[in-house]
Design a protein around this ligand. Sequence first.
Ligand code: TPW
Ligand code: MG
Length: 542
Amino acid sequence: MRVAEALLQALRTYGAGQIFGIPGDFALPFFKVIEESGILPLHTLSHEPAVGFAADAAARFRGSIGVAVVTYGAGAFNCVNAVAGAFAEKSPVVVISGAPGRAESRSGLLLHHQGRTLDTQFRVYQEITCAQARLDDPATAPAEIARVLTAAIDQSRPVYIELPRDMVAAACGPVPPYAETPADPEAVAACAEEIMARLQAASRPVVMVDVEVRRYGLEAKIAELTRRLGVPVVTTFMGRGLLSGTDTPLAGTYLGVAGDPAVTELVEGSDGLLLLGVILSDTNFGVNAGKLDLRRTMQALDRQVSMGFHQYPGIPLAALVDALLERARPLGHAHAAPPTSYPRGLVADGAPIAPDDIARAVNDLFDRYGPMPIAADIGDCLFTAMEIDHTDLTAPGYYAGMGYGVPAGIGAQLATGRRTLILVGDGAFQMTGWELGNCRRLGIDPIVILFNNRSWEMLRAFQPESAFNDLDDWRFAEMAEPLGGHGRRVATRAELAAALEEAARTRGRFQLVEAMIPRGVLSATLARFVSGVKRLHTPGEA
Ligand SMILES: Cc1ncc(Cc2csc(CCOP(=O)(O)OP(=O)(O)O)c2C)c(N)n1
Ligand SMILES: [Mg+2]
């Protein structure tokens, strides 16, 4: 077997479903094997940030590794921001970069695409991945591939593999299969016993879930666990969309002062808060009203559990959840909060469109056609999504990098086969929206709602005096046809409802609904978030 085939076979057996990529001369031999072997389907896009975002979304929606293959230097450095976001949000993207072969590396010449030294790229990726390998020896390549792919799965973080172009056809053995890193059963049992004791002693226990729950495929088990315990469940901002496929009565999403007061009170009033797979980020907790003492919570993240002032290392979340399920009994005094209901029944009249009208229109659409998976960019479109019914959602809720939405929606539909709804602002669309031009060739037809307020509105909300937040009106809908899709520009709620209905009924081409929103008009959630941040971060105000 050649190194390239061994790598591709391993990617598939370790869980990858497809490859996203853009070739270059250092990667052409590997792309040739990808295409001719057919071991994994190859989807090329137009700019490497999108390759990274699409692989990230595929990983999140499939609950497994996503794969981005790029050329050395110009391609791999283009992908850095997407991989940094995947590292921050614990998305297991496998980045594979072509690289110079041994002879050319020793030519004494500076090679094209070489940033500084031939090791610069490897060192950059060491900062934003949890494991790395350079496959420059066929004898060690299988073990190195197994080591790195195992790290991606166990740590749910991106990894980096550098494949010199003269190694693609080198003969090597098969890659060893995935072997789970064992946990100490006694440590897991002791940890679960202590958590159960704390939950039983609490008068108001609550469970909060976030990204690791999806990354390790634990949603169904956690739904069962919380049902057995009879405790209310909330998601974090980043964890929005989790458990949507289960019948767990979610109490809602915790957004501190920016969210539903009943959910905020439930969380901040809890004396037994269990955080499962929760990233302690400012976007998840930055706007808490100051009553939440994270030191008093029980936190299971990154294969360790922290409670009070002590920790249990080496506790995989999956093992902990199984141990808790074995011990779960109804807690009795816990009170389950009523599930949140979301706004519906858009008044389809001549009024201008506000972001919350879009949430209402989407909820109405889901009632008629069933829920769709959502890929959202950062911007008010993501805050608006907090008012959309629970459904599978991927968004850069913590890393907050723009440009994610459209490529992620493309990756999501290719990874799941389900038509995806993409929510994106005009600023973010200017960055990567053009990837829609690949939909026809890729055979997908997402529905895109473009929040066009001709503005970097989130920035204006914090700094209204700055004119640089004004953007021009690019008339995006008119560009849809040449890109292979269908576009409609809408300015009233009636036009919005009609355009979404037409988009839902039209298959085979992407549908771009350009919703014109007056500058300065925010979703209620973003407005609360901005006022909350301002209040909490203004000296003397908190
Ligand atoms: C890659 C990157 N560069 C800059 C920024 C900083 C930023 C955060 S929000 C924002 C404005 C987004 O404008 P858009 O029109 O998309 O959405 P909306 O606010 O609803 O009008 C910017 C520029 C981030 N987060 N990522
Ligand atoms: Mg905007």
